[in-house]
Design a protein around this ligand. Sequence first.
Ligand SMILES: Nc1nc2c(ncn2[C@@H]2O[C@H](COP(=O)(O)OP(=O)(O)OP(=O)(O)O)[C@@H](O)[C@H]2O)c(=O)[nH]1
Ligand SMILES: [Mg+2]
Length: 618
Amino acid sequence: MFRASRLVFSRMKASTKALNRASGRAATRAPPSPSAARGLLFRRTLTAGPGTTTTREGFRPAEATSSRDERKGQEEEYEDWDFGGEEEPVSQVRERRSVPAEVRCFDTAKICAQSGKGGDGQVSFRREKYVPRGGPDGGNGGRGGHVWVVATKGLNSLSSFRNQIHFRAKKGGNGMGRNCAGAAGEDVEVKVPIGTIIRRAGVLDGDTFEQSAAGGEGAGAAGGFGYADVTADLETLTFDGEGEGAVSELDRMGSLELLRDGEKKLLIHGGRGGRGNTSFRTSTNKTPRLSEAGEAGMEEWFELELKLVADVGIVGAPNAGKSTLLSSLSNAKPKIAAYPFTTLVPNLGVCDKLGYKSIVFADVPGLLEGAHTGIGLGQEFLRHCERCKVLVQVIDGDSPDPLGDYHAIRTELELFSETLSTKPYIVAINKIDIPDVLDRTRGLQDYLRGEGVETHTISAAARQGVDPLVKSVDSVLERFAEEERGSFGGFVDDGFAVPEQEADLAADFKRLRKEADKATTRRDFSDFSLHYEGATRTWLVKGRAFESYVQMTDWQYYQAWQRFRKIIKVSGLHTALKRQGIKNGDTVCIGSQEFEWSSKMDQDLSYGEWRDIMDEEE
Ligand SMILES: Nc1nc2c(ncn2[C@@H]2O[C@H](COP(=O)(O)OP(=O)(O)OP(=O)(O)O)[C@@H](O)[C@H]2O)c(=O)[nH]1
Ligand SMILES: [Mg+2]
């Protein structure tokens, strides 16, 4: 039995190393304490010390990262971390790297969110003069802070995430005597532009075991942790719980999409607050001497992708006057200059010219011939136009070959995608304030009108002909809205929050907040899986409910041990392990703890037996 424990230890040592690598910390842990089984269930902590618990889930408390240098080091580590997603081919990566950083970070980003740890529960008894045996009055800890994403109108790129990638919510307050509950941890909001899509980049937890099992670091070393061996006789049984199912929208849909200003969605919820001893009072136990520690927060990486939500996309060759047009029809102040590629990332502008409603225009960087194959910057942005309802092509009337420019852009759109080429299309011939331009482009105007293309002649700089252009854009949008009303029974989401929608958003948020608070307390013990390693006779139990339970339990209390035995029995873990043939002396790992199995597991633990275990541990 002792040997088994030793083996398990050496195994854990390597696994802790792997986990630490994942969580970016140096591998440190206390040496193993010699222990004997005595036919009882005992436990040993696999942690590095107080406050720096690294569980198999890879949870890392916020305090663990202190210095800036350390954080920087971690970010670098995460860069190499393989999240198991599809790898980008090297050629594509190179291609992407050759474009300016501003462009690269415009529409994709990676962030790390950490929810707050729950506050600890308290063990306390009421003490007052003339009130003998006042009963328990230890309060519960507050829940940890949640992490939310909020769509924010003023933003139109993800480049702010070049400077900040970590978002941490605060810890919940600890419970106190006199039944005082701890305060909930402060939430954190990640502000993203409207049109952002968020997906999980890869969870630091679960994957760790499987990843290493595939022969990762530390595999196969003599006496070390041989994950390679694990795969050989790994048997996995999953007990699908009849739980209440996935909670957050992210779990249900696999991704989050924020399309309205002010829309808020839950990224990860905070840790549950530990219960104080008052919560454990029952008719048979009036003096509960146990409490829970707060549940650790979660830490996850997310990938953000932005697809701009604009009604109208302004496209055209470089230097045609697209940004000038945007500035003349909205309050936007894009950079305008007489050289190509002044605009590197799309600019958004809201046009209020019609008074009763607003239209969002996007000024897209100039397109060159071959844009669909990645020439210039066009390709990076053409897909954003796919969400626009109408495209406006600006043609430089002063260009040597305006007709050629027209065809070049049309061809690029057609080659890029069918969605783009079939969008309603309006042409604006620009710079008519320059003498002769109106006359020189007469042929082009006739040609386009002959082709059935709606054509305007404008001077973006002199703000001439801009209003009729906006009006015809609006009439196309109106046609769209009517079609949508027909197919969606009257509801049109124009991407902007009108008063009723704001009320809806507030109600939605209230509901989501309730759900998130509830999620922190939800437990489904029947949802766990077992993994067995024959060589070291070790059973790994994986399941969020169990792992959190073990982490939250304050093992210094005898009653906590009794409660743990009850949970093992009631949840079905005891039966499942027995059915799989677990033997006395086998090791059971749950989260950061390891236990030695005993056939007496389903019986009550007497106080004397418990004292023996505690003495041994010391
Ligand atoms: N005369 C005249 N010049 C104009 C007009 N519109 C734009 N320009 C000039 O054309 C040049 C290019 O204008 P921008 O608005 O930066 O062109 P753009 O299409 O956004 O160019 P990129 O962002 O580089 O693709 C600037 O020097 C403008 O002053 C116009 O109506 N008349
Ligand atoms: Mg521009």
